[in-house]
Design a protein around this ligand. Sequence first.
Ligand SMILES: [Zn+2]
Length: 407
Amino acid sequence: MKRMLLVISCIFLIAGCDKKIDVEIVDNFEDVKVELRDQEVEINNDLLNTAGIVNVEHGEVLTEEVNVDTSKLGEQEVTIVVKNERDEEKEFSYKVNVIDTTKPVISAKDKITTTEGTKVNLTKNVTVKDNSKEKLEVKVEGKYDLNKVGTYKLQYVVKDSSGNEATKDFTLVVKEKVVEEKKEVTTSEKKTTTTPKTTTTSGYNPNGTPSSFNGTKTSKGYIIVVKNGITYIDGIMIANKTYSLPKSYNPGGLTSVTKSAINEMLAAAKKDGLSLYIASGYRSFATQNNLWQKRAKNYGKAFADSGTARGGYSEHQTGLAADICGEGKGCISSDYHNSKGAKWMAANAYKYGLILRYPKGKDGITGYKYESWHFRYVGKDLAKKLYNGGNWITLEEHFGITSKYAE
Ligand SMILES: [Zn+2]
């Protein structure tokens, strides 16, 4: 109706038409009702520039619909143009506040395993996603020591610039370093292998294997490494009647690698319906020595040697060996090998990196009678090799070493 009047008035008042319309625009524009509402949007989320328009009456929005730039935090003004019924345009604006209330998302492994003394970048494989698209720093919270064997409960923490914090728990397992580097020996340095004279008449040598053995070769050509009285061959710690451990060697219990291998194995046994347990794990030099000394004093050296390792010569001191029992009448007995438990162990232990250390018929080689309960951790590769399809090879045979007390 008003438009009609304007057109009619222009026709009649041609000369002064423009000016008259000017006046009329202002007056008439007030008839357009534009209701807007300020908006709040998460950073980098989509928001149309028309989102703030609640209602427009007696007018038409001319602004083309486009996305508001939401890539930066903070307030901005969004302007829309509305025309009235007389085709006159006017700008209106409202506020858009870009905010960030969304936590970053951390993707990382639940468990990191390393060996003691190895430098590890704990955040290397952690990825962080955040709606802010900022480059965020990942921090590790909690106490740990890469030089100390242990299981550490830690947490990744990431915070964006708006203070939204995300955390993710993870476990760091620092394992004992088992593998020693082979010592390179040049031809001129090669020594011949002899049995070290390490045993004293008192039944033990507090210093372990003498350092003179370091760098010598076994009959199979392996280099013997002696470090602080401890013997390693191809990275495997050796404790038998020839190569002893020093009084000072004390891993403080079964090593964490051994413990977890045994636990995994016992869990598998449980699944097969067998209830097995560790009857004896780590034994200290002192415990073993006291045991032997007592027997030697009461019954003589020969009797003591027949059933008990001398101090420093027991594999239990390595923290890598354990007596596994269960599912049989008694254990640590010559009948135990017929038990369900001993049979399961003989068939499955190698899968977890453990070997039957003193197999049947190898007394002359290992220096020990058949012990169907005594298992030693050597790692899965070597264990599989020594398992040999059930026809066990001993560590002594594999490396070409003896197991004999010097006196
Ligand atoms: Zn044992």
